[in-house]
Design a protein around this ligand. Structure first.
Ligand code: SF4
Length: 371
């Protein structure tokens, strides 16, 4: 599991190895994603978490060719979906995969909605492409999907146009469209940011139910409450790299990379992380540990060479951090002493997703990036 795999015997639905995306800018190349490896298991929800600009969104968009090339260049040792390589496929082939087996939900719902067609047409179309059903059966299913994402009077609103809905409702419709094709993998980028806490809770319930039905999910969020409520595993990103990964309970119980600890410590509640967008700056180190300029535990060996290797931080190899102090010659004791879980000192039940306080741990409920 040192390579980010799930640890399951069953092959993952998505496998990514050494993904790199660099973007040409007026100031030179921007290494937005810098050697990212991970798997998403079947029926699993993996959350990519980190500050704005840490590389979460570009990672997702690079997988299925959504990053404009040029100015971006994308490379990888491997990107496999359901055992088949998708890295290097033509745009037409990638569009086919995106339209059927991998569904994206973006932060901005307008990107998924066509203003000239009714909502009903846009939800029923992927249903009819995916299933051999009559028009009326597809409409019934569309009404059910809209109800499940929280659109009131769904049967009437099906004939409305996107501009007749609020931004939050448009996001919910975009999610319904993504689910209409019964995807094998749902990639959702901050899908609950534009909705109120009640709808957020409903959408997270919906995500859990579709994952329970066999769909897998790769969820991008800066909201630790969403992570706690939805994730099976967490990948913490900083400066285009993954710095810590593990089962959500393990990461929340014992955040082990100094950046994860800073992220958890700074989490102020409803507005997301309050620490500055450090990883979005262009002045991060380009070798060694990207976090070393701000790390209170940095030592000489943190500089130079490749990103520090991942080392297990506890008895389970599934929970690992990219930090020299967890290596055979390091001493993680000072880092462990600093660890503060988002749930420390609180009743986990007081801060479930949808509350205004800091995030509950999972036990309660269970971008143009710069380095
Ligand atoms: S590798 Fe060094 S700089 Fe990076 S998190 Fe660990 S101690 Fe800090």
């Amino acid at each position: 599991m040192s390579d980010g795999s799930t640890g399951d015997d069953e092959p993952p639905i998505l496998s990514v190895r050494d993904l790199r995306t660099r973007i040409r800018t007026d100031d030179g190349w921007l290494h937005a994603v810098d050697g990212v490896s991970f798997d998403v298991g079947r029926g699993e929800t993996v959350c990519l978490v980190g500050e704005s600009g840490s590389g979460k969104s570009v990672t997702c968009e690079s997988l299925t060719g959504l990053v404009p090339r040029p100015p971006a260049e994308v490379s990888a040792d491997a990107v496999e979906f359901d055992g088949e390589p998708i890295a290097g496929r033509s745009e037409a082939e990638l569009r086919s995969v995106r339209g059927s087996r991998i569904a994206h939900v973006f932060q901005n719902p307008q990107s998924a909605l066509d203003p000239v067609y009714t909502v009903g047409r846009q939800v029923t179309e992927p249903i009819r492409i995916h299933e051999d059903v009559s028009r009326s059966a597809a409409r019934d299913r569309a009404v059910d999907l809209l109800r499940r994402v929280g659109i009131p009077r769904a049967d009437e609103r099906l004939d409305g146009y996107p501009h007749e809905f609020s931004g939050g409702m448009q996001q919910r419709i975009a999610i319904a469209i993504a689910l209409a094709g019964d995807p094998d993998l749902l990639i959702a980028d901050e899908p609950t940011t534009a909705v109120d806490v009640t709808v957020q809770a409903r959408l997270l319930d919906l995500f859990r139910s579709i994952v329970g039905d066999g769909t897998s999910a790769l969820l991008v969020t800066h909201d630790l409450r969403v992570v706690a409520a939805a994730a099976d595993r967490v990948l913490v990103m900083y400066g285009g790299t993954i710095v810590e990964r593990g089962p959500v309970e393990a990461v929340f119980d014992a955040p082990s990379h100094p950046y994860t600890q800073a992220l958890f410590d700074s989490y102020g509640g409803t507005g997301g992380p309050s620490i500055a967008d450090r990883s979005a700056r262009g002045d991060l180190p380009t070798d060694g540990c990207r976090f070393r300029a701000e790390c209170p535990h940095a030592v000489d060996e943190c500089a130079g060479g490749a990103q520090p290797a991942f080392h297990a931080v506890d008895a389970s190899a599934a929970h690992a951090a990219s930090c020299v102090h967890y290596g055979p010659n390091g001493d993680p004791a000072p880092i462990r002493e600093n660890a503060t879980s988002p749930t420390d000192g609180r009743d986990p039940g007081e801060a479930e997703c949808g509350s205004t306080g800091p995030p509950a741990g999972p036990t309660a409920n269970a971008e143009g990036e710069r380095r």
